[in-house]
Design a protein around this ligand. Structure first.
Ligand code: PMM
Length: 314
């Protein structure tokens, strides 16, 4: 029998909060499927997220949205409390933690595997203490060197995202000789900092950082060449969901598609990324991407070589 009172994965964002009756056993990274690309559901607990309009600005609505994604089949729920969009207001670490920690605790209690989307080591550590299993750092280790020590100490899987500059400067830093090779080389350089701190190869998951110091053409070029990143020997996460370059592609009568109109294009990116052996995709619309990875797994069932490696196993 289902442990939730309300039907999962369905209904509008305003449907009643599912009532948790029975905690499930904690999910673990090593139990994630390895025969298909994973789907990570995005849960922004921010009042100013560009893509969900800040609908999940309270813990209760955020938990309900996270549970809907979990029961719709998301393998991982990525919880973030600070918007990374260009020009977004900075949030204090205290406020960030106030937003995300109760949400993480509730989702972990329900049996979800949670990643913490943060650029701050203190928030990452508090989130791990609250039950999160993965650190997702869009700063690409450029902000806080303490992050590398935390990754090594915690032994948690760490998503290393490529980025140049910060939310205010990154758009002016999108100059590359060959974007896939340059991104791979820069990630390999940052990886050395992780190794120097004591992190292991299996902990590191690479993300090309679509939209972070990349123009539209460069985003497409990175998607065309994820094998260049995969050649570094790590799992690769693709995070294209509802991003601006998809909106521009879908322009009709001079008007770019709005974030909520980009989910079919996102699912197309998912299918192709899965076909090419991405370890995971980070998406808003979990159901569509799950369908896409299942289709891709039937056509190209071989996962990327690094997909089954688990931190601490070697
Ligand atoms: N993009 C956003 C937030 N977090 N995390 C990873 N690993 N990669 C990304 O590209 C990324 C991220 C941008 O905002 P969104 O949460 O609204 O998609």
């Amino acid at each position: 029998m289902d442990s939730l009172a309300a039907a999962p994965g369905t209904g509008p964002a305003t449907s009643p909060l599912p009532v948790l009756r029975k905690p499930r056993p904690a999910a673990s990274f090593k139990d994630l499927p390895t025969d298909r690309t994973l789907v990570m559901g995005i849960l922004n607990v921010t009042p100013d997220s560009f893509s969900d309009g800040g609908r999940h600005s309270t813990a209760d609505t955020a938990v309900a949205a996270g549970l809907r994604m979990f029961y719709a089949g998301a393998d991982i729920i990525d919880v973030g409390g600070e918007s990374t969009r260009p020009g977004a207001a900075e949030v204090s670490v205290e406020e960030e933690q106030r937003r995300v920690l109760p949400v993480i605790e509730a989702l972990v209690k329900a049996g979800a595997l949670v990643s913490i989307d943060t650029m701050h080591a203190a928030t990452a550590e508090a989130a791990l203490d609250a039950g999160a299993a993965i650190i997702n750092d869009v700063s690409g280790l450029t902000l806080e060197p303490e992050m590398a020590e935390l990754v090594a100490r915690s032994k948690a899987p760490y998503i290393l995202t490529h980025r140049r500059g910060d939310a205010n400067t990154m758009d002016s830093l999108a100059e590359y000789r060959n974007v896939a090779q340059d991104v791979a080389a820069e990630l390999a350089g940052v990886r050395e900092q992780l190794y120097a701190a004591g992190a292991t190869e299996e902990q590191i998951i690479l993300d090309p950082g679509l939209g972070f110091a990349k123009n539209e053409a460069q985003n497409w070029e990175l998607l065309q060449n994820i094998d260049v990143l995969q050649a570094l020997g790590h799992k690769v996460l693709v995070a294209a969901s509802r991003k601006r370059f998809l909106g521009s592609l879908l322009t009709v009568a001079g008007k770019a598609a709005q974030p909520l109109e980009r989910d079919a294009a996102t699912a197309a990116v998912t299918a192709i990324s899965a076909y090419r052996g991405a370890w995971a995709v980070r998406v808003h619309d979990v159901g569509a991407s799950l369908d896409a990875v299942k289709v891709a797994a039937r056509i190209a069932p071989v996962p990327c070589p690094a997909a089954s490696a688990v931190p601490g196993d070697s």
